[in-house]
Design a protein. Sequence first.
Length: 57
Amino acid sequence: MGKQPVRMKAVVYALSPFQQKVMSGLWNDFTGKISHKVSENWISATLLLVPLVGTYT
C-alpha cells in the first residue's frame, strides 16, 4: 500500500488590520430599522414606553 496525495481545499478568512469595519453594518439605516421594529411590535413598544414615561413624569 502506497501513499496517495490527497487534494484538500481550504478557505481562510482574515481581516486586514488596516481595514476593519466591524460595526459599520449595524449603523446603516439605524432609524429605519428602529421605526420598522416599533411599527411591527407597537403593542410591546407601548407597554415598554408608557411605564417609563409615567415614571419619569
